[in-house]
Write a protein of this length. Structure first.
Length: 219
């Protein structure tokens, strides 16, 4: 594979953020492209660049049409700089939406969508089966791997008791509280409940033993 030219790299770096993000999302999440391989990155960049160029071509006539409509609706008036900017931005958004709908999204065929839906259903069933197994066996450490079914009440308790803690702490807290509810063990109702400190120490100890890459992220 030939390396991209500096001109191509500059063009890619200047691509509309929405076009770049949507191109990557569709090609990686739906079409299975490997975003870590040189070939995958090359295809993502080239597709984003193609969509950018199509959007630029489509936005010109739309911008002209917007100016004409404004002039027709405001006879005798001169468009301000803000009017011109608004027309340009509106034309770009309309062109981008049209190009993505016509060129990018149809790449996710009904067959691909059906396979994705089928796989997600299978994966969800596998996760639930493993969670049920761990619950039946009363695995005392299942909360550490989040191998517990989510519970709205656990979410509410963590929000009430540990609202000021970081995201990963809260994620573990939700799993621990849900596990204790499943196992008919006491859970804290307020931040002043003595068991709140006991459970917080358990969570802190697990974080010390297995620190996350970013404690601000819940996964």
């Amino acid at each position: 594979m030939e390396a991209q030219s500096e001109e191509t790299i500059e063009q890619v770096e200047g691509i509309d953020v929405t076009i770049a993000d949507e191109t990557r999302r569709i090609l990686v999440e739906w079409l299975g492209l490997d975003p870590t391989s040189p070939e995958g990155l090359e295809r993502i960049d080239r597709e984003a660049l193609r969509l950018q160029q199509l959007t630029e071509s489509a936005s010109g006539p739309l911008e002209t049409q917007a100016h004409e409509q404004w002039a027709e609706a405001n006879r005798g008036m001169t468009a301000t700089y803000w009017n011109v900017v608004q027309a340009k931005e509106s034309a770009w958004r309309a062109a981008r939406e049209m190009i993505l709908a016509e060129e990018l999204y149809p790449q996710v065929t009904p067959e691909i969508a059906a396979r994705r839906t089928e796989f997600e259903a299978w994966a969800d069933n596998q996760i639930e089966a493993e969670q049920d197994r761990a619950r039946r066996e009363h695995d005392p450490d299942r909360w550490k791997s989040l191998n517990v079914r989510p519970m709205p009440v656990a979410e509410q308790i963590v929000h009430r008791v540990w609202l000021d803690r970081l995201a990963w702490f809260q994620q573990l807290g939700r799993a621990l509280v849900a596990q204790r509810i499943e196992d008919n063990q006491p859970v804290p109702m307020t931040a002043y409940d003595p068991i709140a400190d006991e459970l917080a120490e358990m969570i802190d100890e697990e974080i010390r033993r297995n620190p996350p890459e970013d404690p601000n992220l819940p996964f």
